[in-house]
Design a binder for this molecule. Structure first.
Ligand SMILES: C[C@@]1(CC(=O)O)c2cc3[nH]c(cc4nc(cc5[nH]c(cc(n2)[C@H]1CCC(=O)O)[C@@](C)(CC(=O)O)[C@@H]5CCC(=O)O)C(CC(=O)O)=C4CCC(=O)O)c(CCC(=O)O)c3CC(=O)O
Ligand SMILES: NC(=O)C1=CN([C@@H]2O[C@H](COP(=O)(O)OP(=O)(O)OC[C@H]3O[C@@H](n4cnc5c(N)ncnc54)[C@H](O)[C@@H]3O)[C@@H](O)[C@H]2O)C=CC1
Length: 515
């Protein structure tokens, strides 16, 4: 169906309901602007102007400047500070005035004077005097989104800005660049061009792969992350099986292996593994964490070697975490920038942790066991703490995530703990819980692949009986957990799980001491 130009234009016009402000984007660098008031608000407006239009010549006039403003203006040739009391003639030669004084009579005076002289005015203390409002601004390269709440709640505008900044993909700027070059090359009249451009960008609004429409993008960005994850896990499993086949080498060894598996199966009580997988998945599915800690805690009771416990838990976990990670990604709970910043150190940590366990786990297993239990007991305490901790919303966002991810990946190889360590540290460090849980879960999927691959490839640790028990147990629990999720009181759950982990860990420590 072809649209005509008037139809297209009409379909692009929304009706203003509620907010009747008209947003425009000023070429501020070509205008002359004065701010009256050199306190906190004056500085806030000045910072916003400088950040968005750095070359703008800005005059700030006040009878006293705050030290912060003086510091900000230092060495900036575009800012002129004038220390004096305001008078009418100060507005001469300017086109825009912002009043940020702490005196509403003066603010009214400045507004009236400015209007007499034909200036546009913003009065920070009185929305009703303003000709325009400043907005919360989201910037991604060439893209700029200005948010206004019609003066109802600047704080909500600020929060929306944070949400949009996190959710809008960084590639959007590349998309704009590509569209710009496509736009130059299109031929035909305007209505034909509009139809073509609408068709090219259709997938953007359908939420499909942003990259495929843009022609120029590389093959990786044209694959959706979901496909990459599925492809990646299949590849990882294929290589692990292949790796194991190579390690086992000859057919007679294979047969011997299968025999030793069935021996092991009866020796190491398969049902115990099933129970570990069931409980771990039940709790993790309902609470979003605890799989590693719980299954490790349980398996340590069954007497399986530490390296076997860790390698099996991670391989089994790859499936459950992978599935959870994909759904987080689908619901757009993944912050790609954070994902990258967590995944690299997380993966390095995981590989080092797996190597460490592999090197010392079997030799000094008996000695290590109580230490690992001390660690899982600490994780149990952290889980209980989580039940009581409130998120500190005003705290500055934790930005240096490398050490957290590095140690999280390393320690996770010992008995889980990525969730209780990394996710809770990031959330208590002021990051948004929804995006942190989503991103951290997907990262954990990659670190699990790394530690599992290390266990299987480098160390030859593959214990398919344990893995099978964990996976089957998990499969039975998954639908039950999904039903339970959201219905349970989280605080009680955290306390129960934390206590269970602490009790099991204490049991292992106690029997080590008594021996
Ligand atoms: C009408 C408007 C006129 C204008 O200033 O342009 C206006 C007016 C007022 N703001 C007040 C208070 C606060 N303003 C902020 C923050 C911002 N205020 C901004 C814009 C606007 N503020 C315009 C409407 C925009 C819209 O339509 O939504 C932002 C978006 C842009 C910017 O300033 O650059 C920037 C966020 C920047 C970012 O994204 O980070 C915070 C929060 C904080 O600082 O954390 C607080 C304290 C908490 C609170 O009150 O919500 C008060 C009461 C003063 C008092 O009570 O003493 C008034 C006067 C009144 O409402 O009467
Ligand atoms: N729109 C917004 O985003 C917000 C607006 N406000 C409002 O903004 C106003 C200013 O707040 P702050 O910056 O915190 O106050 P402040 O007390 O820190 O700064 C006031 C500034 O005005 C200057 N000033 C006062 N009288 C003057 C005169 N006659 N001539 C020249 N300069 C003069 C002072 O020297 C000082 O630099 C307040 O009325 C406040 O309610 C507050 C928060 C946010």
């Amino acid at each position: 169906m072809k649209e005509t130009l008037p139809e297209i234009i009409q379909s692009n016009q929304g009706e203003a309901i509620g907010n009747k402000l008209f947003p425009i984007f000023l070429k501020l660098e070509e205008l002359k602007i004065i701010i009256i008031g050199g306190g906190n608000v004056g500085l806030e407006k000045l910072t916003a102007l400088c950040k968005n239009a750095p070359a703008t010549q800005i005059t700030v006039l006040a009878n006293k400047f705050s030290p912060e403003l003086l510091h900000f203006a230092k060495n900036k040739s575009t800012i002129l500070l004038i220390t004096k009391s305001y008078e009418n003639s100060d507005l001469n030669g300017f086109q825009i005035a912002i009043s940020a004084v702490n005196d509403s009579t003066l603010s009214k005076q400045i507004t009236d004077d400015a209007h007499d002289k034909g200036l546009l005015v913003n009065a920070a203390d009185k929305p009703e005097y303003c000709d325009f409002y400043l907005s919360s601004i989201v910037t991604k390269g060439n893209l700029k989104i200005a948010i206004s709440t019609n003066g109802k709640s600047p704080t909500v505008a600020k929060r929306l800005k944070e949400i949009l900044t996190d959710t809008l993909p960084e590639e959007i700027d590349q998309t704009l660049e590509n569209m710009s070059s496509i736009r130059q090359k299109l031929t035909g009249n305007l209505p034909q061009k509009i139809i073509q451009l609408n068709a090219i960008t259709k997938t953007l609004i359908e939420g499909e792969s942003k990259a495929t429409t843009m022609g120029k993008s590389n093959w990786l960005s044209s694959l959706s992350l979901t496909k990459i994850i599925i492809f990646g896990s299949l590849l990882a499993i294929f290589f692990m099986v292949l790796g194991y086949a190579i390690i086992s080498n000859l057919p007679p060894t294979w047969i011997a292996n299968i025999q030793s598996y069935s021996d092991q199966l009866s020796k190491t009580n398969f049902y115990w593994m099933l129970l570990a997988g069931f409980l771990a998945q039940l709790v993790d599915g309902a609470m979003g964490m605890g799989y590693g800690v719980l299954s490790t805690t349980f398996l340590l009771q069954s007497g399986v070697s530490i390296a076997a416990v860790s390698s099996s838990v991670h391989m089994a976990e790859m499936f459950s975490v992978g599935a959870a990670g994909i759904s987080h990604y689908k619901y757009k709970h993944v912050n790609k920038k954070l994902l990258l910043r967590l995944a690299i150190p997380g993966a390095i940590g995981a590989i080092c942790g797996a190597l460490f366990i592999g090197a010392f786990g079997n030799k000094y297993g008996k000695m290590l066991r109580p230490f690992i239990s001390v660690y899982t007991m600490y994780l149990g305490i952290r889980i209980i703490q989580k039940a009581f901790k409130k998120r500190n919303k005003d705290k500055k966002k934790l930005t240096n995530v490398t050490p957290v991810a590095l140690s999280g990946g390393f320690l996770d190889a010992f008995g889980g703990g990525w969730g209780p360590l990394v996710t809770s540290t990031l959330i208590s460090g002021g990051r948004d819980p929804k995006y942190t849980i989503g991103t951290s879960t997907l990262t954990k999927f990659f670190t699990s692949i790394c530690s599992t691959a290390t266990f299987v490839f480098v160390l030859g640790e593959a214990h398919f009986n344990v893995i099978a028990g964990l996976i089957f147990g998990g499969l039975i629990a998954a639908p039950i957990a999904a039903k339970l999720s959201g219905k349970l009181n989280l605080k009680t759950m955290f306390i129960c799980v934390g206590s269970l982990v602490i009790l099991c860990s204490l049991k292992v420590i106690w029997s080590a001491i008594m021996k």
